[in-house]
Ligand binder design. Sequence first.
Ligand code: AQP
Length: 337
Amino acid sequence: QPRIFSGIQPSGGLTLGNYLGAIRRFVDMQEENADRGIETLYCMVDQHAITVWQDPAALTRNTRELAAGYIAAGLDPNKSILFNQSQVAAHAQLAWIFNCVARMGWMQRMTQWKDKAGKNQQNASLGLFAYPALMAADILIYHATHVPVGEDQKQHVELTRDIAIKFNHDFGVDFFPVPEPVIEGAATRVMSLRDGARKMSKSDPSDMARINMTDDADAIASKIRKARTDPDALPSEAEGLAERPEARNLVNIYAALSDRSIAEVLTEVGGKQFSEFKPMLSELAVAKLAPISSEMARLMETPDEIDAILRNGADRARTIAAPVLKKTYEIVGMIGA
Ligand code: AQP
């Protein structure tokens, strides 16, 4: 039976990258599956967020804001199960078992670990190193089969597959499904506005590098106006963007926001200078994002309602997770759950 799971870290405000790379796909998958009895579970992964320091009050606010972003973008608590990771203890319980299945070498190869730990790995948290085992538990505690993510998370979903396969092999069972990453859509990798070689990220120290879902029209226009570009006009064919990462990124964002292909967009804007294209992009971004950000702001006025939605989602998630954890403990030989 297919089941869909994904999550986002409340480690800052939502970015356009999270929206185009992940949330829009979450909504599509909700709509494609709600009538087919296939469950979609979408989580705020606060336990992942704390693998790097989070101010406690900011974590609470960011978690609610992320939930508001999910709902404002079209996730419906009646169609999808929306909850906060730490509300369902089974994630951490299964993660411990997976910490004992996964190998150190697998974790050491993860590019996110290398990027986030940087040169000073000795000083990174143990949780940051073990992050992919918790992510495997997030997915497999629901026997999820499909995981919509942006391109940067592909390696972690592959590691989840390795953990499922090794667990099944070690214990001689066919218990955990081997899930598939679903990396689709026009913008699986939105890049920083300041550097076309880095992905747009909520934890980038420069706020000018990203468009936040809560940015107002002026902020969006100013960030796009100041976005790094090259001096040439836009090409009329996609090949002309091959060596121009910043130009490609802006065209790609335009294409994704307008639900068109890069080729179609270039037919319209090929030959234009950035001075002409950037205002077009700003106008489109504001038109698409303003309704979402104003709905987010409205939802944030009643945090109790957000919390109630998450509590209800967590109750439903626990019901699915409990028998999976019980069976896992049995397989491992634990007298538990
Ligand atoms: N720039 C991006 N383009 C496309 N998809 C993206 N995603 C993130 N950035 C982009 C996708 O959003 C989902 C949630 O990501 P996450 O919060 O779990 O962690 P992340 O990938 O590390 O995202 P950030 O924004 O860069 O957070 P920080 O700065 O805290 O690390 C995932 O599906 C991801 O692929």
